[in-house]
Design a protein around this ligand. Structure first.
Ligand code: SF4
Length: 443
């Protein structure tokens, strides 16, 4: 029979968006009394898959990963395996029926219950599934404030869920309706983070612009002002902004607040009004362009990133060309682009699509080529320039090199020692790459 080790190790595999990254941090915090983080799956006593269902084939990915864990479970029968996140929320007990390896399934609103879910599995010997919704709670808020690492950057969730019901999106179905955390609680967490060495905070929500304090009604701008006022905080970022709610007031906050970085992720999704309407995005191409023009006018160094869906039901070649022309006009720093895939339960999954798949298939690589060229041009233009970076740690891609980020979101790799982590310094850009820049420290 499985027992809970007095001090076991947990390995969390995180899929998907930053909300999931944040939830995984919280899971570590909820389990910290009994589990230390494991470096590999092999040394873990508990493996958790924090899943994402935004893209198609997410379920298949989870099941194929589970298949790969079979050998490990065979050699270590006491190993516990759990599935959480959006796929768990959608699939629930079906996961337990489909995979005999899984011991527990927990939804996006149940991560605070994980210690008791594990207890129940161990003491009863029965598999456990907890995916019930509790729409009034913001579970992340209840997480213990803990920081196990020395990371100078941190995510901080300010709200969960979404009320927008864009035609293609499962978020409102799996994360629930929009609920904001109390500002007092967010500020307590921010103070705690800054007091423990964090110098850069990213505020997280599916639509941060519609944040409102449930206690006082104060909005996102007031929250930004309060966090910005914290001594020792160097940089404040936020994600995601819905273009329809992106306001002139927020532009002024970005222009005026010292720690707010000159970068915004503003998902446009499509450049054609016809497709935007079918998606239910709530803004037109021209409204989006006007907001970007205002932002660039008030925050000249700002860089903009975006998300784009290619091949939405009914999208014709001329619609797609409007997306291409918008890309050329806005000149995004980067665009995260995906081919449309119907997600169960969404309005788009029911839409007829007279445009053949073969017609649409080449569009995504075509769009990515256009964006790659723009990104490469932007990177090349920085070669020879001195840019200030905030040193986040050692990069994963460039072994042994430090990784820093400019205020406007360019990633720079350079040689240096660990004592520089958490500091801002100047680097001269010496080379440009597809994803990052290479620099040397300027003394
Ligand atoms: S705004 Fe639209 S795309 Fe974004 S989370 Fe909400 S429903 Fe999904």
């Amino acid at each position: 029979m499985t027992t809970i080790p007095e001090q076991g190790k947990v390995y969390i595999r995180t899929f998907g968006c930053q909300m999931n990254v944040y939830d995984s941090e919280k899971i570590y915090a909820f389990l910290q009394d009994r589990y230390l983080p494991a470096a590999t799956e092999e040394e873990a006593d508990l493996i958790l898959l924090n899943t994402c269902s935004i893209r198609d084939k997410a379920e298949q990915k989870v099941y194929s990963l589970l298949g790969r864990l079979r050998g490990l479970k065979n050699t270590k029968p006491e190993l516990l395996i759990g599935v959480g996140g959006c796929v768990a929320q959608q699939e629930g007990e079906r996961i337990l029926r489909r995979s005999s390896l899984v011991d527990l399934v927990f939804g996006t609103n149940n991560i605070d219950k994980l210690p008791e879910i594990i207890d129940e599995r161990v003491t009863t010997g029965r598999k456990v599934c907890r995916v019930e919704e509790d729409m009034d709670s913001v579970p992340s808020a209840a997480a213990p404030l803990s920081r196990s690492g020395n990371d100078p950057t941190s995510l901080l969730t300010i709200m969960k869920g979404c009320d927008n019901f864009c035609a293609y999106c499962v978020v409102p179905l799996v994360r629930g309706r929009e609920v904001s955390r109390a500002m007092s609680e967010i500020l307590d967490e921010a103070r705690y983070l800054v007091g423990n060495g964090v110098r850069e905070i990213t505020l997280l929500g599916q639509n941060v612009n519609s944040y409102h304090d449930p206690e006082t009604g104060a909005g996102f701008i007031q929250l930004l002002e309060k966090v910005d006022g914290m001594a020792s905080l160097e940089r404040l970022r936020f994600v995601t902004s819905h273009p329809k709610d992106f306001s002139g007031e927020l532009v002024e906050a970005m222009a005026g607040l010292k720690s707010v970085s000159e970068h915004i992720h503003l998902p446009v999704q499509a450049g054609s009004d016809r497709v935007l309407k079918a998606m239910g995005r709530g803004y037109s191409r021209d409204e989006y362009r006007e907001k970007v023009a205002l932002l660039r006018d008030r925050v000249p160094d700002v860089e903009i990133t975006t998300d784009i869906i290619v091949g939405f039901p009914g999208e014709e070649r001329e619609d797609f060309e409007q997306t291409l022309s918008l890309l050329e006009e806005i000149r995004y720093q980067n665009a995260f682009s995906f081919r449309f895939s119907p997600r169960p339960g969404t309005a788009a999954a029911e839409m007829d699509d007279p445009v053949p798949d073969d017609t649409k298939r080449p569009w995504l690589p075509e769009l990515q080529e256009v964006q790659n060229t723009i990104t490469a041009q932007k990177h090349a233009a920085l070669v020879g320039e001195v840019v200030e970076v905030f040193v986040e740690g050692f990069g994963r891609r460039d072994n042994g090199k430090l990784e820093g980020r400019t205020r406007n979101n360019y990633i720079v790799h350079f040689t240096g020692d660990s004592g520089l982590v958490g500091r801002s310094l100047n680097t001269r850009v010496v080379r440009s790459h597809k994803i990052h820049l290479e620099g040397v420290i300027v003394t």
